[in-house]
Design a protein around this ligand. Structure first.
Ligand code: CP
Length: 360
C-alpha cells in the first residue's frame, strides 16, 4: 500500500489571534441569532442554561418512554443532518451522540479515523471540515489537536449560514458535554437534598490531564458554597489554570493525597482513571495508585447520600462490587449523556420549546 501523503498545512489568517482571546471574551462569537450554536468549553454555560438543559433532558427522557412521545421527538429534527467526526477513540460519547441524534430523527454520517477520509491523500484538516459543512447542519468533533473544534467553529461561522459545532471531548481541550451530563447527574441525585448549592465534591485520580474534571470544575462558579476536594498523587495534581479560576470566583478548594480522610465528609466522589494515553514518563504510566481507588470497604465509610461518579471508561479505580450499591451512579451518569446530548442538540436547533410545550 502507498504511504499516506502528509496532510497539507494551510495558513488561516486571524485564527491564532482569535484562539488567544480569553474564552470569556469571545462567547458571543459562538451564537447565531442570539442562540448558542457552537459548544466548545464549559465557560459558555451559566446557571440558567444548566437548569434549562437539565429540565429539557428530563422531558426528553420522559417523552422517549412512550411510542407517541418517541414519535414526536423523532419528527423534530428529521430535516437535519449531523456529522460525527471522531478521530480519537471514544465509546460512550460517540454512541450517546449517535443515539441522541436518532432520538431527534436526525440523519447521521460518521468518520472514525483519518485513514478513511481524504486526509490520507493529503487533504488539509480545514478543507476536510469545509467538506463536511457542505452536507450537514451539525459537526460533532473529537480530534487530537488542541483547539481544532474551536477552529472549526471559527472557520464555519464566517459563512452566512453557519454549521453548528460541538466539541466531543478533544485532545487536551475540554469535554463540555460531559460536564453537562455530570451536572445533570449531580442535580438529579441531590434533588431531594437541596440541589448543588453547598455541596462538597471530591475529584480523585488524574486531575492534571482528565478533561472531565477540569470541565466540571469550571461549572462550579454557577453554584453557591460548593467546596471541591482535589485528591491526587502529586504527579497528577490539578493544574494552576483551574486553581486560578476557582480563586478568582471564590470557590473553596482543597488539595490532598489522603483519600481516606476526605471520603466520609463529601456528598459526591468523582473518580477518574490515570490517562495512560497521554503519559510523558513511563514510570508514571505503569503505576496503579491503589490508594486512590474506591473499594467495597469504602462503602461503609461514605455518607448514606454520597454518590460515586466516574466518566468511564474505568480501569482499576472502582472495584466492580461497588456497582451494586445504589450510590454508584456511573452507569446512570453514562446513560444521562444520551438525554443531555439530545437536550443540547434540540436547544441548538431551537426545538426545545416544542418539547417543553408537551409538559404545559
Ligand atoms: N466519558 C467519555 O468521554 O467516554 P468515551 O471516551 O468512551 O467517549
Amino acid at each position: 500500500m502507498d504511504k499516506p501523503n502528509e496532510v497539507t498545512v494551510q495558513n488561516y489568517k486571524g485564527w491564532e489571534e482569535f484562539y488567544n482571546i480569553e474564552k470569556s471574551n469571545k462567547l458571543d462569537f459562538f451564537l447565531y441569532n442570539g442562540r448558542m450554536i457552537d459548544v466548545l468549553f464549559s465557560q459558555q454555560f451559566d446557571r440558567q442554561f444548566l437548569n434549562n438543559m437539565s429540565q429539557l433532558a428530563t422531558q426528553i427522557r420522559r417523552m422517549a418512554l412512550t411510542k407517541m412521545g418517541a414519535r414526536k421527538l423523532s419528527g423534530l429534527l428529521s430535516h437535519k443532518r449531523a456529522m460525527l467526526y471522531f478521530v480519537q477513540p471514544s465509546t460512550r460519547t460517540f454512541i450517546s451522540f449517535l443515539n441522541a441524534c436518532h432520538i431527534l430523527g436526525m440523519k447521521i454520517s460518521e468518520i472514525r479515523g483519518t485513514t478513511t477520509s481524504s486526509e490520507v491523500k493529503g487533504e488539509s484538516q480545514e478543507d476536510t471540515i469545509r467538506t463536511f459543512a457542505s452536507y450537514v447542519d451539525l459537526i460533532i468533533i473529537r480530534h487530537p489537536e488542541a483547539g481544532f473544534a474551536e477552529k472549526t467553529a471559527w472557520l464555519l461561522n464566517q459563512n452566512k449560514q453557519p454549521v453548528a459545532v460541538i466539541n466531543g471531548g478533544s485532545g487536551p481541550d475540554q469535554h463540555p458535554t460531559q460536564a453537562l451530563l455530570d451536572i445533570y447527574t449531580l442535580e438529579r441525585s441531590f434533588r431531594n437534598i437541596g440541589g448543588m448549592d453547598g455541596k462538597k465534591i471530591a475529584m480523585v485520580g488524574d486531575l492534571k490531564r482528565g478533561r472531565t474534571v477540569r470541565s466540571l470544575s469550571y461549572l462550579m462558579r454557577n453554584y453557591k458554597d460548593v467546596t471541591l476536594y482535589f485528591v491526587a498523587p502529586e504527579v497528577f495534581h490539578m493544574k494552576d489554570d483551574i486553581k486560578s479560576f476557582l480563586k478568582k470566583h471564590e470557590i473553596e478548594f482543597h488539595e490532598t493525597d489522603d483519600f481516606a480522610s476526605v471520603m466520609p465528609h463529601v456528598d459526591a466522589i468523582y473518580m477518574t482513571r490515570i490517562q495512560k494515553e497521554y503519559s510523558e514518563a513511563p514510570a508514571q504510566e505503569t503505576e496503579i495508585y491503589p490508594e486512590f481507588h474506591f473499594t467495597k470497604e469504602h462503602l461503609s465509610v461514605i455518607q448514606s447520600h454520597c454518590i460515586i461518579m466516574h466518566p468511564l471508561p474505568r480501569r482499576y479505580e472502582i472495584e466492580v462490587e461497588v456497582d451494586k450499591d445504589p450510590r454508584a451512579v456511573y452507569w446512570k451518569q453514562e446513560r444521562n449523556g444520551m438525554w443531555m446530548r439530545a437536550a443540547l442538540i434540540s436547544y441548538i436547533f431551537g426545538v426545545d420549546d416544542e418539547i417543553a410545550a408537551e409538559f404545559q
